[in-house]
Design a protein. Structure first.
Length: 581
């Protein structure tokens, strides 16, 4: 009978450990493919094992109670939950390079967007076979054990197993007592009581060591609360943004330049500039701008986005702040007071009108509330395009449609105005492109990269038409035109990892300064907000956390200290209690 009980216990212990393995799988997938913000130390693997054991135990105990202590059903629920959770996190990481969190779960409605669905379908990998194979194995073991009686010893075995692993972890940590530089307190602080700085700055590292349960519970307890700043922290913030030595030169825009047209291009890489394949220019219109001696062009801008990707790029440009690392920024920022670019421009032009034009629905990435937060008067989306231009259109707007709509809106808008135009056609997946009579066919290039370049050419054609229409309307010379990318197109999505740079470009038209006198080296997305204020002569104490590109002595603006300042501003809703002139 004793041997039979051991046989029974081994079945249920195996089923439980399969749930632990599901969690271990996603963590080590991260370790190998995504990476952590900082390196592991000696007990990191033990920490992770204990974290997975704890997470699986919490899920199991919850299942055990809601199923009235039915062990087999509890183990099945635990396995199914951990398998799905593991897959969702691995899949999410391919796009956003981070574990799933509350803010990203809050954006689940975006999954209904066609472009998001297509992007997801293109990213299934061979390693994903783990999940159906693991499910088949679980079903097979359940089938083998279906006739076995469930004994209380089965549950006791699970508890004893948990205690043994916990003891192993404590023993591993105790070894730090004998380390010449670190002690057990340091180790426990790193794993059990990770400081808030690590939670916000190193979210992947924190989840790897703490596990999902501890990290998400702590996040849930704090996610809707505002950080209370100390007097010292407030002084630190004000000191950081009040220093204008690298943020102000002088107004350079001609007196007739009163409009701002900000074109935010999807996934635009600098590598396309002057690129010629098979005797064909990929971006002939943008190349002409690049070689115009009056146009500022810099191909060395570094993406500063985090897990919010496109929404982060928009946030950086419009708010002059850096995005959060541990959650999708707009989920928090939509409730904050923000000093946006349109609001800043009204200090120079009080009667300025402004609008945002997006190719998606207004709910995607919190566009509706963020438009208001940035200070725009109106938001126009694919829904408005359908009502005003094409009643038959039921999908996101191509670049041809978006620039057609922008031209339509420009006819009626009163000057001075500020327009923010977002494009879409260069969005992943890169398994197809908009047919427009141009195609790169070089057999030496990966197909996805060729599709991307074809999409770049389509964008180039459409913006070329739009700029010509601005000239015909007399708006071109009266407008500061800024063309930037929301973020890079990740080279690995193009099958070009290690072969091309992920730098993104910036073009500034009608800035009124000599480009040769401006900075032409590596810079940041964060600098664009500050540079626009500098060009337009906006007098404001808040000039963003970037540095002006008009300064030949430019210094890097993105540091860990500035990231910390930006995080405090967002988490505390700093501007809601401060009057910034």
């Amino acid at each position: 009978m004793r041997n039979n009980n051991k046989h029974i216990n081994s079945y249920f212990l195996t089923l439980f450990m399969m749930s632990v393995v599901n969690l271990l799988f996603v963590h080590h997938y991260f370790l190998q493919t995504i990476g952590l913000e900082v390196g592991c130390f000696k007990s990191s693997i033990v920490d992770n094992l204990i974290a997975c054991l704890l997470d699986a135990t919490v899920i199991f105990l919850f299942s055990w109670f809601i199923t009235f202590r039915r062990l087999r059903m509890s183990l099945t629920i635990t396995f199914v939950f951990t398998l799905i959770w593991s897959f969702v996190n691995a899949f999410y990481a391919r796009f956003f390079h981070q574990y799933l969190n509350w803010s990203s779960i809050g954006q689940a409605g975006n999954l209904s967007d066609t472009s998001v669905i297509n992007s997801m379908l293109a990213e299934f990998h061979t390693i994903d076979l783990y999940y159906p194979l693991m499910a088949v194995l679980f079903i097979w073991i359940c089938f083998r054990s279906r006739k076995e009686d469930i004994k209380h010893k089965s549950l006791r075995t699970l508890i004893i197993t948990w205690i043994l692993f916990a003891a192993l972890g404590i023993f591993a940590h105790s070894l730090y007592i004998f380390h010449p530089h670190y002690g057990v307190v340091y180790a426990l602080e790193k794993t059990m009581f990770t400081p808030k700085k690590m939670d916000s700055m190193w979210p992947n590292w924190t989840v790897f060591h703490k596990g999902f349960f501890r990290k998400m519970i702590l996040d849930q307890l704090t996610r809707d609360s505002e950080m209370k700043l100390t007097k010292e922290q407030e002084e630190e913030i004000e000191k950081a943004y009040s220093n204008h030595s690298l943020r102000v030169t002088r107004r350079t825009a001609p007196a007739n330049v009163k409009n701002v047209i900000f074109i935010l291009v999807e996934s635009y890489l600098s590598v396309t500039s002057d690129l010629v394949i098979e005797g064909k220019e990929i971006t002939p219109n943008m190349n002409r701008l690049k070689h115009d001696s009056t146009v500022y062009f810099n191909s060395h801008m570094r993406p500063n986005v985090s897990i919010g990707e496109s929404a982060d790029g928009q946030f950086i440009y419009m708010a002059g702040l850096l995005p959060l690392h541990s959650e999708i920024t707009v989920s928090k920022a939509k409730r904050d007071t923000i000093i946006g670019l349109p609001e800043q421009m009204k200090k120079v032009f009080p009667d300025l009108k402004s609008y945002t034009l997006i190719p998606t629905n207004p709910s995607l990435w919190e566009q509706q509330p963020m438009t208001k937060a940035y200070g725009f008067d109106n938001l126009y989306s694919m829904i408005d395009y359908q009502a005003e231009i094409d009643h038959n259109n039921d999908g996101f707007l191509t670049d041809g449609m978006i620039f057609k709509y922008a031209s339509y809106k420009d006819k009626s808008i009163q000057q001075p105005f500020f327009s923010l135009i977002l494009t879409m056609s260069m969005h992943q997946p890169y398994d197809a492109f908009e047919e427009h009579g141009f195609e790169v066919t070089d057999k030496n290039l990966p197909q996805r990269y060729k599709n991307y370049l074809n999409s770049c050419h389509f964008f180039d054609m459409q913006i070329g038409k739009y700029l010509e229409e601005l000239k015909e309307k007399g708006l071109y010379d009266n407008s500061l035109i800024v063309i930037v990318s929301d973020h890079d197109a990740r080279p690995r999505y193009l099958d070009m990892e290690g072969k091309i740079s992920d730098d993104i470009p910036i073009y500034i038209i009608n800035g009124g300064f000599n480009p040769s006198d401006a900075w032409d080296g590596e810079c940041n997305q964060l600098d664009v907000y500050t540079t626009i204020l500098d060009i337009m002569g906006v007098d404001s104490k808040w000039r963003g956390l970037g540095h002006t590109l008009l300064n030949k002595e430019y210094q890097n603006s993105v540091t860990s200290e500035i990231q910390g300042i930006s995080d405090k501003i967002v988490y505390s809703n700093y501007f809601s209690t401060k009057e910034i002139e």
